[in-house]
Design a protein around this ligand. Structure first.
Ligand code: SF4
Length: 368
């Protein structure tokens, strides 16, 4: 007998001849019998359809600096209302958010929030954007899209922080609703993706090319460098050359530091000199905007004009310390365009992080 449907009916699935149904959201293409869950744990087969069990449920809200996503060229200095749900469609042994992404009994789900509540909370808290982050929004696509639509109606932008592991058809819908993204390019070998994430590098590269050539989404790339796994100069050179060749010089690339976590605790934290070395390699490959992250490195977090070398945006952690961009994002020294989404002067949110609870009361939303 079919179970009652307790989640939001999902899109992107089809019935197979053998009686199973296949989820088509991501390249895992989970094939499920009645009552089974996909690898991400939040999509399940109920009543002969796929449903999303985390629709409208969040693992908590926090107002972050936009630079924390990290996005250095998207409304710099502004606060972003950030949230995630539970589960993930990759199995990274080094996961840095494992308490959320590996949540199984949904015990991390604290807040119930409709798309309208979230968008309204962003307006009331002075945020310019809402970020789907902490876990991958690909797996809660229907919820993320509805939130994005509610945000657009109120002039709030949306940001996807994602590994880019999504199938071609849902990719079109998902990114049509996003204004910006940070895509986690975890390494540049299929072996790494297979052994440490049970995924495929080629699918992520496809998403990056799609974003660059078929959308207007502003996106930046992050690679977490793990000692002994993906930090060789040869691999960094190969990644940088691919970005330069396929995406061009103006896509920002962030190299961030690993700390031992989840199932990869036998590796040391990434030495700062490795991050600086990676940055140098990528700049030498021709990329205009390359950053270090998760370490204190003001020079590695500075944006320079690609034409004249002037400091356009100085940063100390997530604080903006210098700014000579014009309102439309041109260099104050030579007038060359700095690529990104800029809107007047820099925001003043700084490095603060502010956890918030949403409370809906009749027709209004309070941010506690
Ligand atoms: S979204 Fe979840 S259920 Fe669907 S294919 Fe990916 S891991 Fe499987």
């Amino acid at each position: 007998m079919n179970q009652p449907v307790t989640g939001k009916p999902g899109r992107y699935w089809h019935a197979l001849e053998d009686g199973r149904i296949q989820c088509d959201v991501c390249p895992r293409y989970c094939k499920l019998h009645e009552g089974q869950r996909g690898l991400c744990f939040v999509r399940t087969r109920q009543g002969d359809q796929m449903v999303l069990t985390t629709y409208g449920r969040s693992s908590g809200f926090c107002i972050d600096p936009i630079e924390k996503k990290p996005l250095n060229h998207f409304l710099p200095g502004t606060p972003v209302l950030s949230f995630g749900t539970a589960g993930c469609n990759l199995t990274c042994k080094f996961c840095q958010n494992w308490d959320i992404s590996k949540a199984r009994d949904l015990d991390r789900i604290q807040d119930v929030a409709s798309p309208e509540m979230i968008a309204e909370a962003a307006v009331r808290s002075g945020c310019r954007s809402v970020a789907f982050t902490y876990n991958d929004p690909v797996i809660f696509l229907e919820y993320a899209v509805d939130v994005a639509q509610a945000c657009r109606e109120r002039g709030i932008k949306t940001v996807a922080v994602s590994a880019g592991y999504i199938s071609p058809e849902p990719r079109i819908e998902f990114f049509r609703h996003m204004d910006a993204a940070n895509i986690d390019l975890k390494a540049f070998t299929e072996g790494f993706y297979k052994n440490l994430c049970s995924g495929k590098l080629a699918c992520v590269l496809e998403t990056l090319e799609y974003l660059k050539h078929e959308t207007n989404v502003w996106f930046e790339i992050t690679t977490l460098l793990i000692p002994g796994e993906n930090d060789s100069p040869a691999e960094i050179e190969a990644e940088s050359a691919w970005v330069m060749d396929r995406l061009g010089p103006d896509v920002p690339l962030h190299f961030t530091g690993f700390h031992p976590d989840w199932k990869l605790t036998d590796r040391p934290p990434t030495p700062p000199q490795t991050l600086r070395m990676a940055r140098r390699i990528a700049i030498d490959a021709g990329l205009h905007y390359v950053y270090t992250g998760n370490i204190h490195d003001p020079s590695g977090q500075t944006t320079h004009c690609h034409a004249c070398g002037a400091v356009l945006i100085g940063r100390d952690w997530h604080d903006i310390t210098e700014w000579i961009l014009s309102a439309d994002g041109s260099c104050g020294e030579c007038g060359a365009r700095c690529h990104g989404i800029f809107d007047g002067i820099a925001g003043r949110w700084g490095r603060r992080r502010k956890p918030v609870r949403l409370r809906a009361s009749m027709s209004e939303v309070s941010v506690l």
